[in-house]
Design a protein around this ligand. Structure first.
Ligand code: CA
Length: 241
């Protein structure tokens, strides 16, 4: 990492540039790793002044903005960005259950907020929606694989033309698998991405949800969602029936 925490990912120059303004290392690392994996370019600013400089210099496609920062708070940053006439999509990170923070953030021109601790998949869904809305990234809202159609906007899922009803967790699992065919996800990675970075419960919960998901999509051997014993799960769209 360079000076002032500045960093870009040169391997995916085509991806939208996301500026993360946050001083907490656990969260910036979590976001950087996950977002880069999804093909986004990521720049981190660890304080508000650096963040504002980057907004001007780099013209990011989206900003993830924490409220608690060492110098200026997130509200101040948001206000300043909007005062300059910029309409860059802003997602604010708010503390647990601070409803007033959410309202204040939205009043000041933030587009969305997410409550800490958050699930990475939930954040990704919001990023995709905002990038789509702002016209900064063109992405289909429909994912199709074998006879499954998953709409990321309406969150509806069809299997062989018939609508099936998934819980939010099952939906996130299926979306993650479809977006990353053949990648083996460990239970820990799935917990991290879907349940959140601070989930501390039993990893068996993953098996329970996968089992329900398989039932609902009628996943019979040879399965679409296959178990890698002792490791985790992977999705094989080309071999499933
Ligand atoms: Ca912070």
């Amino acid at each position: 990492m360079g000076k002032n925490g500045f960093e870009t990912n040169c391997r995916s120059l085509g991806g939208a540039l996301i500026l993360v303004i946050e001083d907490e290392d656990t969260i910036t690392e979590f976001l950087k790793t996950g977002l880069k994996y999804e093909g986004y370019r990521v720049t981190i600013a660890k304080d508000g002044v650096t963040g504002l400089d980057y907004v001007r210099e780099l013209d990011p496609d989206l900003i993830i903005l924490d409220i608690m920062l060492p110098d200026k708070d997130g509200f101040e940053i948001c206000k300043r960005v909007r005062r300059r006439g910029s309409n860059i999509p802003i997602i604010m990170l708010t503390a647990k259950k601070e409803i007033s923070d959410k309202v204040k953030g939205l009043d000041l021109g933030a587009d969305d907020y997410i409550t800490k601790p958050f699930s990475f998949e939930e954040l990704l869904a919001r990023i995709r929606a905002l990038l789509r809305r702002s016209g900064r990234a063109v992405e289909s809202t429909e994912l199709r694989v074998v006879d499954i159609v998953l709409n990321t906007e309406t969150r509806e899922v069809y299997k062989g033309g018939k609508k099936i009803s998934l819980t939010p967790t099952e939906f996130s699992l299926l979306e993650l698998f479809i977006r990353h065919p053949r990648r083996v996800f460990t239970r820990e990675t799935l917990l991290n991405r879907i349940w959140g970075y601070d989930y501390t419960g039993d990893t068996n919960i993953v098996d329970v949800h996968i089992s329900h998901l398989r039932d609902k999509i009628g996943d019979k051997p040879p399965r679409l969602i296959r178990t890698h014993y002792g490791v985790g799960y992977a999705f094989y769209p080309e071999e499933g029936k």
